[in-house]
Design a protein around this ligand. Structure first.
Ligand SMILES: [Zn+2]
Length: 418
């Protein structure tokens, strides 16, 4: 199979490959052995216009329990407060059947786009909807195991971890192989209480050996206060578990020197970051009657410069927190080229959607092609990054050495008016 791939997605130790072109691509010939890549050889003489390929994609931050609820629970104001209010109304009536339908549609779409792994947060604050969501999504995790790796995170207010019922939730999540999560400001609670709740969470995670993924600093005020607290507590406590800061948006509003110092502290604590620019740029920085000038999103480049692994996720898809989205990381890449200056021809521009996302999720394969790795590819109908950015490219998806049927199973198409 002759392909042009980003050089950063082919084994860095391969000195025999030609230099990458101006799009960061190299021509290679892949041979497969069943579901695996058998060999990778230099193939510099590919005709212009041959397809641009990536390895299978990763979605490091989703909400499969509430996805596709926007039509019934819209958020026309586009504010955080209205999103939360609609989310809570929806949560009160959420059923197992709804979670099954929503998650099935999400997984099916992601599969067709070439996604191999998803990390989803689940509203877990208690009640029938939490129980139903965990039951259904664990069932989906089993059903989809050979197609999409599904990681599940218990999403609760941070203070929940001080409650007596925290122990039972933590044990159940750990037994199911999940991660512990939470929401840490803004608005922040009492600083001492927040620190106590965070320590309680870290103690549960350390004792049970499960990872942590927190929604932190999803706001445009009190810049970086949440990630600063996490870095401080983790450095003091050394829980020895992977900890992801999702959002980390408000720290972008600090002065460059303070961002760099805070990033160094986060790196020293071993934190990872999932940036979620699409949801942030829609919900945050709203000032009545103005076009936004406060652009609160994780400062991806300074975080990378400090040595922190940074992934980009889609976050909310068609729910009160974001009315669009579709589980397509290529669309997210196209968006973030503009919103976050992630140039896909640069290693650090592409990594948040590929290898860094795989490492943040702790997947067994980082998405870099080496002999013996899975034959999992997404081949775009585009010969350059310019073409990918110009229009949504059609694609072919190979999983375990087989081209998959990428037609959605979404029911009948809506007929056009005559
Ligand atoms: Zn989220």
């Amino acid at each position: 199979m002759r392909l042009r791939l980003p050089r950063c997605l082919v084994d860095a130790s391969r000195m025999d490959l030609p230099p990458a072109d101006s799009d960061g691509l190299v021509g290679v010939q892949l041979t497969l052995d069943g579901s695996r890549v058998a060999s990778i050889n230099a193939d510099p003489g590919q005709p212009p216009g041959s397809g641009l390929a990536l390895t299978a994609l990763v979605e490091p931050h989703a909400h499969l329990d509430k996805t596709f609820s926007h039509a019934a629970f819209p958020n026309p104001e586009g504010t955080m407060a209205a999103a939360l209010a609609a989310n809570l109304r929806e949560f009160e009536v959420r059923s197992a059947e709804q979670v099954r339908e929503r998650s099935e549609r999400a997984l099916q779409q992601a599969w067709c786009y070439g996604v191999r792994a998803i990390r989803s947060h689940i509203d877990s604050g208690g009640g029938a909807a939490s129980e139903a969501s965990w039951e259904v999504l664990l069932e989906q995790q089993r059903r989809w195991a050979d197609r999409i790796t599904l990681q599940l995170v218990a999403l609760v207010p941070l203070r929940f971890w001080l409650n007596p019922e925290a122990e039972s939730l933590a044990r159940r999540v750990a037994a199911a192989g999940g991660l512990l999560g939470g929401v840490l400001g803004p608005p922040f609670g009492h600083a001492v209480e927040d620190a106590r709740a965070l320590r309680a969470l870290l103690q549960h995670a350390a004792r049970l050996g499960c990872g942590v993924d927190l929604h932190v600093d999803e706001g445009d005020s009190e810049a970086g206060a949440g990630v600063a607290l996490i870095a401080r507590e983790v450095r003091a406590m050394r829980p020895g578990i992977p900890l992801t800061c999702s959002h980390a948006s408000s720290m972008a509003l600090l002065a460059p020197g303070r961002i760099a110092r805070l990033a160094d502290q986060m790196a020293a604590a071993g934190l990872q970051v999932v940036a979620l620019p699409r949801t942030n740029l829609w919900l945050l920085g709203r000032r009545h009657g103005h076009t936004p000038w406060l652009r609160a999103q994780a400062p991806i480049r300074p975080l990378q410069a400090a040595g922190i692994e940074v992934a980009v996720g889609g976050d909310n898809v068609q729910d009160p927190w974001y009315p669009g989205g579709d589980y397509d990381p290529i669309e997210l890449l196209r968006l973030c080229f503009t919103t976050s200056h992630l140039d896909p021809w640069q290693r650090q521009g592409l990594a948040p959607f590929t290898s860094a996302a795989a490492r943040v999720m702790g997947l067994p394969w980082d998405g870099v092609l080496r002999p013996g790795c899975p034959a999992d590819l997404v081949v775009l109908e585009a010969s350059s990054w310019g073409e990918v950015l110009a229009r949504p490219p059609r694609r072919r998806v190979m999983r375990q050495g087989v081209w998959i049927d990428t037609a959605w199973k979404n029911g009948p198409a809506v007929p056009l008016p005559s």
